[in-house]
Design a protein around this ligand. Structure first.
Ligand SMILES: NC(=O)C1=CN([C@@H]2O[C@H](COP(=O)(O)OP(=O)(O)OC[C@H]3O[C@@H](n4cnc5c(N)ncnc54)[C@H](OP(=O)(O)O)[C@@H]3O)[C@@H](O)[C@H]2O)C=CC1
Ligand SMILES: CC(=O)C(=O)O
Ligand SMILES: [Mg+2]
Length: 567
């Protein structure tokens, strides 16, 4: 492991101690600045003759690289181009990503990252992050010792079993931690040397991958049960030992493991589950924005969530707190949130497929109270007609399941439905915004998990904001790290949702946007981080700190080339 010595200086120009020279320097993505090395640096670091004559400014370098990427028509080729840049020159990669966030976010993140994960073994160029397999049992600490840098503050880890709405993608799932951490750097400014993507490659049950001769992951069926738990336990212990200041984000674990691991480790490790907690906060902020547009209170809402997995149940928990804050209680509170899984409305009839669903299952009499026969139909349309929801959320990963009939049923019960089909990637969305807008004659308030173009209807442009946890996790992570919190709680996600809601302007609402424009992500993240840092202190999760702003800002790296000095 290397120590990456970046000195933050008050004049704004960071200084970097560089331990490499010549070819090794040019080959190292964290130190290489390619044609931007000055004549003096080329002399000092033994680079003379190894680069073309002219020193490029950062601007010229960015222009050249941008052109090289957008010359490619195909999204996956752009992904490969950007990944190659990240592996060649990290600072330039982040400069480009920050400047062209609207254009490149859909490449490094949903939807293209989904394709990249699917094709991972076919487009593999070079490893990034760490893999831990069942063969590493007993030596996980040693594997973590192979991380490239020692001051790791952020880990995003997946076991690859539920990658977006695409299911078990085996070793290819590492694309998600890599993408999430790139967003931590862009949005929260966490330095890339402090970020570590990890794949718990515990095998795969994906037949196509098991039969693919190019597959790069461990070619075994998934590890399950006690052996799985023991490997995760060893991993968590090793993280605490090696990287005691790090925050760990659980990402894209399948529902049962997602809940179990969060419950088991939330109090033992600075950690959270992005799909359960981050998604909940971003959804709450979007629903709050929808309520501002329709001029209604939380207590007037009835919510239907299709999908009772990590995202759906996490959202149900956050929304329940939100309704409670507005005075909703007792059976009204239970009946204000209807959650459906693949078998329909969750009803406590002794047949729930997962124990964790109990928390939101209705009693048979709750169903009867709104006209749902506990022994009869409880499918989406039936439940909508009975419950008359004002808010419809899609977390099922099922493409097109919000059909015209379903949306007409919504419309029959409410004038301006708030509809968020947030499943990813694009192809897995429950409904396309243009259909939702058309079917409701422009009345639906819509946000989606993956990006969509604005929709024109009857001469009006409807902006489709992206209801994605990227608005939340960087701010929560940055806030918690800034005050060195010892734990992350659900309340931090409630305050993060409130802070995000504060960033949604009247102009956004007038344009039908349920979230602020993505180009402001860094400022939004900073605002959320400050709020979260403050909440950590108030809740006793961190020591009181006087200069919260300075603590947050000191972690926010700008991807500019520092001044180089020999180590
Ligand atoms: N926009 C964002 O920020 C985020 C979006 N997501 C997206 O949400 C989706 C779900 O993720 P997650 O909750 O983690 O996945 P899970 O696998 O944990 O849960 C999926 C849920 O959908 C249910 N489901 C599947 N088919 C149907 C169906 N036909 N009708 C009703 N319900 C169905 C499943 O039912 P059962 O339990 O019966 O199997 C399960 O409860 C993914 O596409 C993911 O990309 C996730 C996190 C963040
Ligand atoms: C966005 C995200 O975390 C997901 O789709 O899983
Ligand atoms: Mg996820």
């Amino acid at each position: 492991m290397q120590t990456f010595r970046l000195h933050r200086r008050s004049n704004g120009r960071d200084q970097l101690e560089v331990p490499l020279r010549g070819r090794a320097l040019l080959a190292h993505p964290m130190y290489n600045k390619g044609t931007a090395f000055s004549a003096e640096e080329r002399r000092t670091f033994g680079l003379e003759g190894m680069l073309p004559d002219r020193t490029s400014s950062q601007e010229v370098q960015k222009k050249r690289t941008y052109q090289a990427i957008v010359r490619k028509d195909d999204a996956i080729e752009r992904y490969i181009g950007l990944a190659a840049l990240q592996d060649r020159n990290e600072a330039l990669f982040y400069q480009l990503l920050e400047e062209h966030l609207d254009e490149f976010l859909p490449i490094v993140y949903t939807p293209t990252v989904g394709q990249a994960c699917k094709k991972y073994s076919h487009i593999f160029r070079r490893g990034r992050g760490l893999w831990i397999t069942p063969r590493d049992k007993g030596r996980v600490n040693e594997i973590l010792g192979n991380a490239p840098y020692e001051d790791v503050r952020l880990i995003v880890v997946t076991d690859n079993e539920r990658i977006l709405g695409l299911g078990d993608l085996g070793a290819g799932g590492i694309g998600i931690p890599i993408g999430k951490l790139a967003l931590y750097t862009v949005a929260a400014g966490i330095h890339p040397s402090q970020c570590l993507p990890i794949s718990l490659d515990v095998g795969t049950d994906n037949e196509e991958l098991l039969n693919d001769e190019l597959y790069v992951g461990i070619r075994e069926r998934r590890l399950r049960g006690e052996a799985y738990d023991a490997l995760v336990e060893e991993f968590v212990g090793a993280v605490k030992k090696r990287f005691p200041k790090a925050l760990l984000q659980w990402e894209d674990f399948k529902k049962a493991n997602a809940f179990r691991l969060l419950d088991r480790y939330a109090d033992r490790l600075l950690s959270f589950n992005d799909d359960i907690q981050g998604t909940a906060a971003v959804t709450l902020a979007g629903v709050m924005a929808g309520c501002r547009i329709v001029g209604q209170r939380p207590a007037e809402q009835r919510v239907l969530i299709l999908g009772a997995g990590a995202a759906g149940i996490g959202i149900a928990r956050q929304l329940r707190e939100w309704l409670r804050r507005d005075g909703v209680a007792g059976e009204d509170l239970t009946r204000a949130i209807a959650v459906l899984d693949s078998r329909g409305l969750l009803i406590d009839d002794g047949n729930l497929s997962d124990e964790y669903k109990q928390e939101f299952a209705w009693q048979p009499e709750d169903g009867q109270a709104v006209g749902i026969d506990p022994n009869g139909a409880r499918d989406l349309e039936t439940v909508i007609r009975a419950v008359k929801p004002t808010v419809l959320l899609g977390t099922s990963g099922q493409p097109g399941i919000f059909t015209e009939r379903v949306i007409q049923a919504m419309q029959a019960g409410t004038e301006r439905p708030i509809i968020l089909p947030i499943s990813n990637p694009t192809a897995n969305t429950e409904a396309r915004p243009e259909d939702l807008i058309r079917w409701t004659k422009g009345r639906a308030l819509v946000a989606t998990g993956s990006p969509f173009d604005p929709v024109e209807h009857a001469g009006k442009i409807h902006e489709i904001a992206q209801g994605n946890n990227v608005y939340i996790f960087p701010g929560v992570g940055l806030g918690a790290l800034a005050v060195q919190a010892d734990r992350i709680t659900d309340r931090l996600f409630t305050v993060a949702a409130d802070a995000l809601a504060e960033c949604i302007s009247e102009d956004d609402l007038a344009a039908g946007r349920l979230y602020p424009p993505m180009k402001g992500l860094r400022e939004i993240t900073r605002h959320i981080a400050l709020t979260v840092a403050q909440a950590c202190v108030e809740d006793g999760l961190a020591e009181p700190a006087e200069e919260l702003e300075a603590a947050v800002d000191s972690l926010m790296w700008k991807p500019e080339y520092p001044e180089y000095v020999p180590a």
